[in-house]
Design a protein around this ligand. Structure first.
Ligand code: AMP
Length: 245
């Protein structure tokens, strides 16, 4: 059986987190949780949360920590994440969110946070050419478009330029990344759960590096122990699965 894992993927906008998290999710058979995709889903569904989120997202600003944390808390409480783990994409983005995540997981712990490192010049080029499926969030670019027109290969949805991929919003997001998210790198380094991986190169080359880093960390015993019997966070049926990790 393929062992699960509790993973966080960090990196600037355009570092390739979305693309790589989908690949890691398939490779390790773990749910991919993208807070950006969840928020875009709320906007599409026209919910109150979506209306609030859109105001912040259009400006390139962050959604308030408590709003994102309560959305993630609901998702982490579902069976698939409790039994298989997860790969978190775009969350946490602030130290307060990272602390909140630790609280949500307790008594379990995060196994690994992976920082995908890409020079700013390259992310600016990638963001300018990035396109996304409005329905399922699959990421394309003008260099690697869908097979037929701008119709998603995966779900048939329309592939568009993200509304918040304007030049002003991109610069705002990169500034916020430096102020709010970059401090998480030393935060996770101090916790002993950080690895950095270069995000330069083809998606296949980056995936190979990520899988090698995760597997090395697991072999070195860096993955947390299984949940203790009887603790919150794992049902009876989950325990064998977690023990096998
Ligand atoms: P992403 O798809 O990860 O680039 O996220 C798109 C936008 O959603 C961001 O620019 C933020 O406005 C918002 N967002 C996504 N995740 C978070 C988060 N963890 N905390 C705050 N805002 C977020």
């Amino acid at each position: 059986m393929i062992p699960g894992g509790r993973l966080v993927v960090l990196g600037k906008q355009g570092a390739g987190k979305g693309t790589q998290c989908v690949r890691l999710s398939h490779h390790y058979v773990i749910p991919h949780i993208s807070t950006g995709d969840m928020l875009r889903g709320e906007i599409k569904a026209g919910t109150a949360l979506g209306l609030e989120a859109k105001r912040h997202m259009d400006e390139g600003d962050l959604i308030p920590d408590e709003v994102v944390l309560s959305m993630v808390a609901k998702r982490l409480d579902q069976d698939d994440t409790r039994t298989r783990g997860f790969v978190l994409d775009g969350f946490p983005r602030t130290v307060a969110q990272a602390e909140g995540l630790d609280d949500l997981l307790r008594p379990a712990v995060l196994d690994l946070s992976i920082n995908i490192v890409v020079p700013t010049q390259l992310v600016l080029r990638r963001l300018a050419s990035r396109r996304i499926c409005e329905d399922c969030g699959t990421i394309y670019s003008t260099v690697a478009p869908p097979r037929v027109g701008w119709i998603c290969d995966v779900c048939g949805g329309e592939v568009v330029h993200r509304e918040d991929d304007t030049e002003a919003a991109i610069h705002r997001r990169l500034d916020l990344y430096e102020q709010e998210t970059a401090p998480l790198i030393s935060w996770y380094r101090r916790a002993g759960t950080l690895v950095s991986v270069s995000g330069v190169g083809s998606p296949d080359a980056v995936s190979d590096r990520l899988v090698a880093a995760i597997d090395d960390h697991r072999r070195a015993g860096g993955f947390g122990p299984p949940l203790p019997a009887g603790e919150a966070g794992a049902g009876e049926g989950d325990r064998d699965d977690l023990a096998g990790r």
